[in-house]
Design a protein around this ligand. Structure first.
Ligand code: AMP
Length: 176
């Protein structure tokens, strides 16, 4: 797995100053673009979740859907999308949180997780942790049990882990 992780890491493309000056964007589309590397990335999530006895995977809009839905399919369990405000058609619960500039709101369908169901939260990348923290609040609000949060990539210097760890364990596969 170590060489697979190295290959995944090398496939991540740095885009300076996207979407705004000063941000070094980690572009994961080269991972998606290569069948073997995409399979290895999804396999990371599948393997760790085999032993966790979970009922559902929750993915964060939008790149969390790519890995989360693929892993849920492989595990034969349900997938729950957490989306940006205004995208989910049925009755939702919402949580708003602060971004570097302004505010964002994320939503979940109120019936997407049955009370007591064990879920894992997946996103492509952990930066400041604000988004995953808001998502973990939504999971709690609908009665889900958040077993773990999982990220393909962790930007360690932003220390998002320290925001999430009081709520749930944090696992990442590659780190910058
Ligand atoms: P945060 O709430 O700061 O942890 O940001 C996490 C979300 O923003 C994730 O859904 C990421 O996809 C995206 N994101 C934040 N920073 C970056 C970055 N430098 N490169 C790529 N995606 C990022």
């Amino acid at each position: 797995m170590d060489s697979a992780l190295n290959t995944i890491k090398q496939a991540v493309r740095d885009i300076p100053d996207f979407p705004k000056p000063g941000i070094l964007f980690k572009d994961i589309t080269p991972i998606l673009n290569n069948g073997a590397i995409f399979q290895d990335a999804v396999r990371c999530f599948v393997e760790v979740n085999k032993g966790l006895n979970i009922n559902k995977i929750v993915g964060i809009d939008a790149r969390g859907f790519l890995f989360g839905a693929a892993a849920a399919y492989a595990l034969g369990i349900g997938f729950v999308p957490i989306r940006k405000k205004g995208k989910l058609p049925y009755t939702t619960r919402s949580v708003s949180y602060s971004l570097e500039y302004g505010e964002a709101t994320v939503e979940i369908h109120e019936d997407a997780i049955a009370p007591g169901e064990r879920v894992v939260l997946i996103d492509d990348l952990l930066a400041t942790g604000g988004t995953a923290f808001a998502a973990s609040r939504l999971i709690n609000e609908v009665g889900g049990v958040l077993v773990e949060t999982q990220f393909l990539i962790e930007l360690e210097f932003l220390k998002g882990r320290s925001l999430i760890e009081p709520c749930a364990p944090v696992r990442s596969f590659i780190r910058f």
